[in-house]
Design a protein around this ligand. Structure first.
Ligand SMILES: [Zn+2]
Length: 351
């Protein structure tokens, strides 16, 4: 969640062209598939195919991980105001990450994958049937950032706890539960060529090829001179240590002028300026920054959470310019489609 002006209702999305479509030979350690060689038509533009590889057992693979015991995080939902208990549970290899609404009949499950994302303003919501989970991005960022691949995320309300607007409470819970290495290797989606998506308002999100295990995010935040959010840029290679120390503590932020409008709509009734960063003309109101570039770091946090919806690891160098959740989901959806066309998506997760 962030209150950035880039998080607007859906705009037309365009994908940057891949100039060639070149099949490459697979090596002994790497299975590779290319995206279906077809163009995907939007309402007014032809979207070009993306070439990716989906690799298993690439050099120096890491194994899947889960947590050692259940741990809970309590709080209330920033949007719905609902009190909620969220429990992270251990899960077996190849389980993935699933939300479970234990307060509903039959305890419906929702896989934390882009297929279940619905378009909502300012946050990422997952929905399956009548069951949905609001504000998934911070808990998913914590799991993906800490490289926890398998986790059953139970909650007794429709929104994950907002806590302090960061992912730190979830990271603290994960660390307190201890991390368990599993035998199965992770899957990695790796774009072979630069690709991306952009909106007509100037927000832009690209991903460039990187070393097989590298996932770097650069966020260029510039909302203009009139914004209460100062221009800032942050860049980090996402590893568990870096995520826990540099990214997880960064809180969501909102312009002071926007929060009143949201409260009139019924959102955030319990949220105060001490719960997250409310930015006025002179900086945070009733609060202090944890980092000079806390806003850009939080946008990286949101990217980690949204990219987790690919359902496996991703390799690449991401550059985001004013990108919000909607654009993140657009690129993730396209990468996921390409990965699925490679027929290497784990079938055990398709049930
Ligand atoms: Zn956020």
């Amino acid at each position: 969640m962030t209150g950035s002006v880039a998080d607007r209702p859906p705009l037309p999305v365009f994908f940057l062209p891949a100039t060639e479509f070149e099949a490459r030979s697979a090596s002994h350690f790497c299975m590779r598939r290319t995206a279906v060689k077809r163009s995907i038509h939007s309402s007014d533009r032809v979207l070009h195919p993306i070439e990716i590889e989906v690799a298993l057992n690439i050099p120096f693979p890491r194994s899947q991980r889960t947590i050692g015991r259940p741990v809970t995080v309590n709080g209330f939902g920033f949007f719905t105001n609902a009190a909620v208990t969220l429990t992270l549970n251990p899960a077996p290899e190849n389980y993935g990450r699933k939300f479970v609404r234990v307060d509903l009949d039959g305890a419906p499950e929702i896989r934390a994958e882009i297929d279940f994302a619905v378009e909502r303003h300012r946050r990422t919501v997952l929905k399956r049937g009548e069951a949905e989970v609001e504000l998934t991005e911070h808990v998913l960022a914590a799991l993906a950032g800490m490289a926890i691949d398998n986790c059953r995320i139970e909650l007794d309300a429709c929104e994950a706890p907002g806590c302090d607007g960061s992912a730190r409470p979830f990271v603290d819970a994960i660390l307190s539960a201890e991390i368990v290495e599993q035998a199965a290797p992770v899957r990695i989606v790796r774009p072979m060529r630069s690709t991306g998506a952009f909106y007509s308002d100037g927000s832009r999100l690209t991903i460039d090829r990187a070393e097989p295990h590298e996932f770097t995010i650069r966020y260029e935040l510039d909302y203009g001179a009139a914004s209460t959010v100062p221009t800032q840029t942050s860049e980090y290679e996402i590893t568990p240590d870096v995520f826990a120390e540099q990214i997880a503590p960064a809180r969501t932020f909102i312009d002071a002028a926007e929060i009143e409008g949201l409260k009139k709509l019924g959102y955030g009734q319990h949220v105060t300026a001490e719960d997250l960063l409310v930015l006025g003309e002179n900086g945070p109101i009733d609060n202090e920054l944890r980092f000079p570039d806390e806003c850009a770091r939080h946008k990286i946090l949101d990217c980690v959470g949204d990219f987790a919806l690919i359902g496996c690891d991703i390799s690449g160098r991401v550059t985001a310019q004013r990108s919000g959740h909607a654009l993140n989901r657009q690129l993730v959806r396209q990468l996921r489609t390409c990965a699925a066309s490679g027929e290497l998506i784990d079938q055990s997760r398709a049930a």
